[in-house]
Every structure is written in C-alpha cells, then in structure tokens.
Design a protein around this ligand. Structure first.
Ligand code: FBP
Length: 256
C-alpha cells in the first residue's frame, strides 16, 4: 500500500500547483507569485495538503528549508514548455529516487492521452509507477487528452477514459480538467474506481465561480482540487485558499 496519508486529509485534498513557470513561462506570474518563496509561504500558511514543484524550484526553495517539514511536496518528474506546438510529449526530467532525496511525499507525471507520443509516455509512466510503488510513494498523474486524434470527441468520454487509464496504469491520484458539468465528472470518478480524482483550477475565474466549481467537484465524488493560477492570481490568495479548503474538507471521512 502506498503512503497517501501524508498528502490526503480525511479522504480529501487541496494541492497548490506551481509548475506553471515551466509549462507556461513566467507570464502567469506577477511581482508576488514570480518568487517561489512567496508561494511556499502561502502553501504553509494556507495549510495545503501539498505543493507541486519541479525539481529546480524544489532544490533551491524547499529541500532543507523551513518548509520541508511544514508542507508536503509532490515533485513533477516530467514537463515541457508551451513553445512547441507539435503533438505534445513531456520528457522525464527527474527520477523517483531523486524526488525522494529532495523530500517528496509523492511524484507527479503528465500524460497527454491521445497524443502521437502516447506510447512513450505510457512506457515512461509505467516505469515511474513501478519505482515509486516499490518505496510506497504515491503517484499522481496529470491525464490531459491532447492532439489531433481526440479532436471532435466527447469531453465526457475522453475525461472518463483519462480517469480509467490512470486506474489501469496504477496511478493513485489522477488530475483532470473539469469536464463541463457534475454529471460528466461523476462518470470519470466512477470510471477511475479506487484511483482518486482531483480537478485542476485552470485560468483565473471570478471568486464565486471558483467556489462553485469546488462544490461541484466534491458533489461529483472527486477528492479535491490541485489549483495554481486560481489561487496565486487572486487578490488575496490566502483568503481564497482558506475558503476552498473549507469546501473541500467539509464532509470528508470522519469529519466531526
Ligand atoms: P492551474 O490550476 O493554474 O490551471 O494549474 C494546473 C496545471 O495542471 C498545472 O499543474 C500545470 O502547470 C498547468 O495546469 C498545465 O496546464 P496546460 O497543459 O493546460 O497548459
């Protein structure tokens, strides 16, 4: 059994995503959020279940610092820039054992379901699951359907396929984009079985919409969210983090 207790509270989780510097470049950031130190302070003060980083940021701002025993780390093992527009492939940049040395409680991997490079990513991901599970480390898969092959296909079925693929491959948690409504998300949760589902935040929403989204995520049976821009791009990131936490943790297992 993997050790999920470090990153899940009463069956629920709110993760702070901060790998956008690689995936989108610094254009997502302002003067505050461009500094990883501020994000780690937010992760600690907001009581997030984990912060999601690439290895470089982890090495320089997390490992061996005041944060390493205050907020768990999910280390992303692969990544790419958004400068290339071909069928997406996200190469491995870090190993499971390096992640453990950096103090990670879990590892993350993005798999572009349906991409022409899907086979390579299925192989890379399976190797990660093998290595991580040997040391009881949980694996979270960002399952994002992309590429020409999926054009015109139903978002409901694609998202459920992404969730199911996570289960079939051995992912402990699958991160998906919100598939438009509660019914579609419920189907993806069902398809993923005992693999848990979290939903990503996406581009910045008005506060009420974001909180409504969090309510739908929980109503559909997902365990929570992994949010970046919708927290650190808000005027008061700590305030929104605490509101999201209230919604997500409310009604979790054994909640008193
Ligand atoms: P946001 O909450 O900011 O949307 O972050 C979620 C996330 O999955 C990040 O972990 C990742 O950097 C980004 O979205 C990738 O999004 P995309 O592939 O759609 O550009």
């Amino acid at each position: 059994m993997v050790d999920l207790a470090k990153i899940i509270t009463r069956g629920r989780a709110l993760f702070l995503a901060y790998d956008q510097g690689m995936e989108h470049g610094p254009s997502d950031f302002d003067d505050e959020s461009v500094d990883p130190q501020n994000i780690l302070e937010l992760a600690r003060d907001g009581g997030f279940n984990a912060v999601i980083l690439q290895r470089g940021v982890a090495e320089k701002y997390y490992t061996g610092t005041e944060f390493s025993d205050k907020v768990p780390l999910i280390l992303k093992l692969n990544g790419k820039t958004n400068l290339l527009t071909d069928e997406p492939y996200s190469p491995l940049l870090c190993t499971v054992l390096e992640a453990r040395e950096l103090g990670a409680a879990a590892v993350g991997y993005t798999l572009y379901v349906g991409s022409e490079h899907e086979n390579e990513m299925l192989t890379d991901f399976s190797e990660i699951v093998r290595e991580a599970h040997q040391i009881k480390m949980p694996v979270m898969a960002w399952m994002y359907p992309r590429g020409k092959a999926i054009e015109g296909q139903s978002i409901k079925e694609l998202t459920a396929y992404a969730g199911r693929l996570g289960l079939e491959l051995g992912a402990d948690i699958v991160k998906i984009k919100y598939p438009e409504n509660i019914e579609n998300l419920s189907w993806a949760v069902q398809a993923a079985g005992r693999t848990k589902i979290v939903v990503s935040g996406g581009p910045k929403l008005p506060e009420e919409e974001l909180l409504g989204l969090a309510k739908n995520v929980i109503a559909a049976g997902a365990i929570g969210m992994a949010v970046g821009r919708n927290i650190w791009q808000q005027k008061n990131p700590l305030d929104i983090a605490l509101k999201l936490k209230d919604i997500i943790l409310e009604g979790g297992e054994n909640h008193g």
